[in-house]
Design a protein around this ligand. Structure first.
Ligand SMILES: [Zn+2]
Ligand SMILES: [Zn+2]
Length: 569
């Protein structure tokens, strides 16, 4: 926190430095606000000329000159009257002076530049050395779309050249490994005008999707879930009872069948509840773990759609577990293990776990909450995972556990959750008969692991930077022949790998071997099998990996055995 505050001071000072450069180079511009942000700083400016990207180097150059001049930065309080005089040509600053409480306001000064400001600066412009201007975008005065349009110049600043370069490299990586870009390059998925926000998966991309599905089904089996599927469209009466119609209508799509109104499901829970309620349930059946890999549709505004991260149609790896309150702990412990196992499989080794407890406004009795929260705490302690408690941040209908994974670029993603629900069992009058023959209300647990398949797919693509591990890669092996005379042997190699269920292809182009290697690298195929006269004679292969390492003279059988091991999941 201490460092962040220091960094904020540096970055806010860098915003002043930018403003000073702007005023020197473009004297007619009017300054508004220049705060630090999580990753840097910006300054919002009104300008007649309109800044363009190519103006940034010039501004940056002037900032460096001002930094070298070692101008001291001072700050003092002045009367509002004085301030109004100083900023008489700037309506934005005048408005701020009026809005600020008290009779005085702060004034920051450095050389020929001054700014209305509450303070918190470095001592001299020479303290601001390692910075970069990054972009120009549009904004509005007071973030009001009806308000005066402004231009925002954004940049970042750090205490060292290394920190700055690391940050810039990260930005470069994020751009380069953007899943939308990789998806196009690798022909995995696409969006078309005809369905904004509705993803299409292409043949290669669907292979990965299907493996994710297959793996999840293996996990369902291992963790004793039963799979169901429920219809995409159900009567609005159901959605009225579930409360979605009242609270979620804006995000739902509707249709009419035989004069009756239907909704396309935005969630799987009500369908699952119909299955539970379809006949009387006995305690002997509990816990009943009904999984559904269900497609859902949610209306998102076109402005917020973002590749696979924000779509209008997606599939969720959902499950609803109906159990007694005594069973919550063991069920949740098993789910935590399941989530952990799945995330490890995809190489997410850092998982942040948070337990959210009873909020101020909550339904259910004290005893229900106490029992459920204790069960979650016990399960978390038994799991051995570290977790933090977010007091009062649970849903009104029950406590929950959220899991955040950290990807290879150090970003956090929340995908998995376990949510206890006291509301739906009551709302839909769910019951089971206990061992004494009495009716009791079950507890319902909602859980998802990937969350949305589509979003998780996008996260995986960026996490792996396009280099899917062997077991997930759409094309696992590509055969590259050095001479045409090796073609027949190459075909034998392909057949043998196919027999072992390995996804293998052959580069039959007339390119030189160096060209074939290059295109296999671009396609991010984990294994390249290089085959020439030597390999043919010895019935072996040479494996070249994506990192350029090569293993020569491996017998065909050994290579297949090795591939089979890597292909397990
Ligand atoms: Zn300031
Ligand atoms: Zn649910």
């Amino acid at each position: 926190m201490q460092n962040q505050t220091k960094l904020d001071i540096l970055r806010h000072s860098a915003a002043h430095l930018l403003a000073q450069a702007v005023k020197q180079l473009y004297p007619t511009t009017k300054l508004t606000l220049g705060p630090p942000t999580k990753d840097g700083f910006f300054y919002d400016i009104q300008t007649n000329e309109g800044f363009k990207e190519q103006d940034l180097p010039k501004l940056e150059q002037r900032m460096h000159e001002l930094s070298q001049q070692n101008i001291s930065i001072t700050h003092r309080q002045i009367s509002k009257e004085q301030a109004r005089e100083i900023f008489k040509d700037n309506p934005f600053k005048l408005e701020m002076i009026d809005l600020l409480p008290g009779d005085t306001v702060g004034l920051a000064e450095q050389g020929d530049f001054h700014d209305l400001c509450k303070g918190g600066h470095v001592d001299s412009t020479s303290d601001i050395k390692h910075f970069k201007l990054l972009s120009i975008s549009g904004s509005y005065w007071r973030a009001d779309r009806e308000g005066t349009p402004l231009q925002r110049i954004s940049g970042t600043a750090f205490f060292s050249e290394k920190d700055l370069n690391d940050y810039l490299q990260r930005l470069e990586d994020l751009k380069q490994y953007d899943h939308r870009r990789l998806g196009k390059q690798m022909e995995l998925f696409a969006f078309y005008e005809e369905g904004p926000g509705f993803p299409f998966f292409l043949p290669k991309g669907r292979i990965v999707y299907n493996i994710m599905l297959d793996y999840m089904r293996k996990m369902l089996k291992k963790y004793n879930h039963e799979e169901i599927s429920t219809p995409n469209m159900l009567s609005v009466d159901l959605w009225k009872q579930s409360g979605h119609y009242d609270h979620y209508k804006e995000n739902m799509y509707f249709s009419t069948i035989d004069d009756k109104e239907y909704a396309i499901k935005p969630m799987n829970c009500p369908g699952s509840i119909l299955v539970y309620r379809s006949r009387p349930r006995s305690y002997r059946e509990l816990p009943l773990r009904l999984a559904e890999i269900g497609q859902m549709h949610r209306h998102e505004l076109s402005g917020v759609l973002n590749g696979l991260f924000r779509v209008r149609s997606f599939v969720m790896d959902d499950a609803h577990i109906y159990c007694t309150s005594e069973q919550i702990e063991s069920e949740v412990l098993s789910l935590i293990k399941m989530i952990n196992e799945v995330m490890q499989q995809f190489g997410f080794n850092k998982i942040d776990v948070a337990l959210s407890t009873r909020p101020e406004k909550a339904m259910g009795t004290d005893e229900m909450w106490k029992n459920a929260e204790e069960a979650l705490v016990n399960a978390l302690n038994k799991s051995g995972l570290k977790y933090k408690v977010q007091e009062g941040e649970g849903a009104f209908y029950g406590p929950k556990i959220d899991f955040k994974i950290k990807d290879s670029m150090d970003r956090e993603w929340q995908c998995s959750t376990i949510q206890i629900d006291f509301n739906n069992p009551q709302n839909f009058d769910l019951s089971y008969t206990n061992s004494k023959g009495e009716k009791e209300r079950p507890v319902m647990i909602h859980r998802a692991i990937y969350g949305s398949f589509e979003r998780f797919y996008g996260i995986l693509l960026e996490h792996y930077k396009g280099h899917f591990p062997f077991w997930l890669a759409p094309e696992q092996v590509r055969v590259l022949t050095i001479t045409d005379s090796a073609n027949e042997y190459a075909q034998n190699v392909v057949d043998a790998f196919k027999k072992a269920d390995i996804r293998i292809d052959i580069d039959s182009s007339s390119d030189q071997i160096s060209g074939k290697i290059k295109s296999a690298q671009l396609a991010k195929v984990p294994w390249m099998l290089i085959i020439g006269k030597n390999e043919q004679e010895k019935n072996c292969v040479s494996i070249r990996y994506q990192d350029g390492k090569q293993e020569q003279g491996i017998s065909l059988d050994d290579a297949i055995e090795k591939a089979k091991i890597l292909n397990k999941y």
